[in-house]
Ligand binder design. Structure first.
Ligand code: GDP
Ligand code: MG
Length: 206
């Protein structure tokens, strides 16, 4: 008997349906953003970049400046992740970027190379160099290198609470005139110094 390719009369697709408990609606949704975030600096808003060594408090400062609206994405053309958020500085909106920690401007890793690129290519309208105040002697060489790039810089001396605890007193006025840029004290975890930082950012961007 020849093989009959015709579909048997009683053939029904319903037997292939998944039972209700396996219905697709029971699978938790994967939310895929409709569009990738635009490249850093491609918006009309100016860019404020937080730059400094590892573990100096950059991310705490970032969240203080941007609140809840942060996006983590790869920096265009790289696999390096950066956090970006919007900050409002006395009415002026800016894109705030939390850059990967940097030990020196002679980069060893892709992350450090990226931060150096951002410093040198003029993406940032303003660089906030976050420094661990209690280890200021170790951080100042990087601060000097950042200032030498010619980018507009504010130095944020963070962790002043810990510096005070170990009895370190820093002459902010003298440091400011030696460096030739603004120097602000800060305890990011408590939020102290953030208002003044926001005022200085505003004064720079306006
Ligand atoms: N005592 C103290 N700890 C801080 C301060 N700012 C940040 N930290 C802590 O330092 C650690 C590193 O902070 P983080 O923002 O992740 O540093 P990042 O690597 O520069 O982004 C965290 O445990 C923070 O809670 C500060 O002003 N005082
Ligand atoms: Mg961080």
């Amino acid at each position: 008997m020849p093989y009959n390719l015709a579909r048997p009369k009683k053939f029904s697709l319903t037997k292939f349906f998944l039972p209700p408990k396996f219905a697709l609606t029971n699978i938790s949704p994967v939310i895929v953003p409709e569009t990738a975030p635009p490249a850093i600096g491609s918006r009309t808003a100016p860019v404020v970049a937080l730059v400094g060594g590892p573990n100096v408090g950059k991310s705490v400062v970032f969240h203080r400046l941007t609140g809840a609206y942060a996006v983590v994405s790869n920096y265009p053309g790289t696999t390096v992740e950066v956090s970006r958020g919007r900050g409002r500085f006395c009415g002026i909106e800016a894109e705030v970027v939390d850059t990967p920690g940097l030990r020196s401007l002679l980069p060893l890793s892709d992350e450090e190379r990226l931060t150096r690129r951002m410093l040198l290519d003029g993406t940032a309208s303003l660089v906030v160099n976050v420094v661990d105040a209690k280890n200021i002697d170790r951080h100042l060489p990087l601060t000097l290198q950042i200032i030498e790039t010619g980018a507009p810089v504010i130095v944020l001396l963070n962790m002043m609470d810990e510096a005070e605890r170990v009895g370190l007193r820093i002459d902010l006025g003298a440091l400011e005139s030696e460096l030739g840029v603004g120097v602000l004290p800060c305890v990011a975890t408590r939020g102290s110094g953030i208002d003044e930082l926001e005022r200085r950012i505003h004064a720079h961007l306006r």
